[in-house]
Write a protein that binds this ligand. Sequence first.
Ligand SMILES: [Zn+2]
Length: 366
Amino acid sequence: MDTVEILRTLVAFDTTSCRSNLDLIRWVAAYLGDHGIAARLVGSDDGAKANLLATVGPDVAGGIVLSGHTDVVPVDGQSWNSDPFTLVEREGRFHGRGAADMKGFIAACLAAVPRWRRLSLRRPVHLALSYDEEVGCFGVPRLIAELRAHVQTPALALIGEPTEMRIGLAHRGFYGHRIIFRGRPAHSGDPALGNSAIEPAAMLVAELARLARALSLRGNRTTFNVGRILGGTAINIVPGCCEVLWEFRPPDEASAVVVKAEVERLLAVVPPGVYVEMTQIAGVPALAASADGTVAATARSLGARWPPREIPFGTEAGFFEQAGIPAVVCGPGAIAQAHQPNEWVAASELGAADRLLAEVGTWAAR
Ligand SMILES: [Zn+2]
């Protein structure tokens, strides 16, 4: 099967994040099995979804991980000119949900498997397909845990998010939190009988704004947003509960550590009688790879377009980096088409991905 045929098959599986991706994963496992490659499935807690890990080539260190997420964003409320789950070609563009983000890349990887099998690879090529990327990168941590447990350390990971085949070495992280303040409600005729949950919440929000300004003055590009506050019940009741949803986006993981420590310190000094609980509800590490490093050079030699560009969206790359596997982002299609109605990937982009993956085989056989 060529890349377009496989893409047609992958698009036909409705793997919107709220649904199971198992039909797609099982199809990929069967396809790999037909080519003599065993796939390891790593399921979600409820068993409704799975990651897939497979290796072509020898069981040695120094291989390359090709990483893609199998889920897609919803088509609800979007106006499409054709069925989103049927790949349609119009004027050199292949339309369908996930065509750019990022089933085109996965299709190109799968189409390259028979070629890699014919070469006598000296370094392995690992396929790592995840679930639930679009809703907060919830699948990839256990995929990486499986990789670390069963695969000798790879030299690099290439995340095929749509960059029009340009190399991406950096993007900001994303950390989302829910903080719940619990005080004691009372009649506001005598506020001393209660403990306001809104006051410490408001102070925290002001402190976050102050922290943002302080970091900015030091030249740090971390941004903050308090997206929602929900607290209290009535004008004449001391509020017993207040919930704050907030996020920050650090340019690197060192900045994330600074922010987390600062917020922990702020939460440690709430007034007596108020209890506070913070939960991280999303955590996508930043990617900050070096343009001078060997991994960037390797990706460039494989055909990733130069010069690097900062990526305006989060990816799974930072998770690989945190696990000690240097990662870069490079894949077919444009982020401008991702998540849009009539999402498309250009035939020329799929061709460029095919060439890069052929080079991956040459690199691995060297
Ligand atoms: Zn994506």
